[in-house]
Design a protein around this ligand. Sequence first.
Ligand code: NAP
Length: 283
Amino acid sequence: MPATLIKGKPIADRIRAEVAEQVREIGHIGLVTVLVGDDPASEVYIRLKHKAAVEAGIDATDLRLSADTSEVELLEKVEELDSDQDVDAILVQLPLPKQIDEARIIRALAPAKDVDGFHPFNAGQLYLGRPTLVPATPLGVMAMLAEHRIDLDGARAVVIGRSDIVGKPMAHLLMQANATVTICHSHTKDLARHTLDADVLVAAVGVPAMVSPDMVKTGSVVVDVGINRTDAGIVGDVDPGAAEIAAYLTPVPGGVGPMTIACLLQNAVRCARYRRGELVYPA
Ligand code: NAP
């Protein structure tokens, strides 16, 4: 029997409706997104995030800076937003132009306004098992698994990819849900040996269809985080043929993508609650 598709949109729609309700309750949530330059993929992401934020009633400001913005100029802008009492949440769209050190900009964000959860303090809290603001994509994956009541306790989970944005936080969340986690990357030898053992397999690589059906364990749960633009349109990191082997599979498009945006909005609510003292941000 082909795999059950874990579609992101219905879950994301529900989360977005919940966020809209919370925004009404809080009254005002200020989100500023900063896009430096005119990278076409980043433009699309910013547009989608904005539309979703506005639909949820979030007061979203779309700040655009030219591609030749210097690191000092961007740092000054971030510091200004950090101390702006109308701003609850700040998102600096990555990648940044070459002349700007991304790590330096992320470190300059006020941690409690870091809606992406990329600041070292927030990453550290996740590492310590006391999550504060967690990157939206892995949060979205966890929500999808929870929706389908996937039992992670004691499950063997394999994450392919170790980026700070997806792979690492994903592995931590799975470990905190009591899965036994293996992280694979471009230096991993005999990748299939690991993936074939995975009850839960998360692919976050950026290589079209690199997970072939013969790398998937029968009856497993396969989460495809990949978004790859090809001549055939947007495809994931998992060959759709995996649906013949797995019990659950997230489709691309329409899987993890919509969840990322919904969970980003949830994070904006969290930022607003931190700033109002309704949630305590660790000192
Ligand atoms: P990234 O920073 O480029 O990281 C890719 C990871 O994959 C790296 O850890 C890399 O290993 C590993 N890798 C590359 N080739 C490999 C191979 N042949 N075998 C095993 N591992 C390999 O990418 P990312 O930001 O994590 O994004 C990953 C994918 O998810 C991309 O397609 C991206 O577009 C997509 N994405 C989707 C969403 C969403 O909302 N659905 C959100 C974010 C990202 P090394 O560390 O050794 O280089």
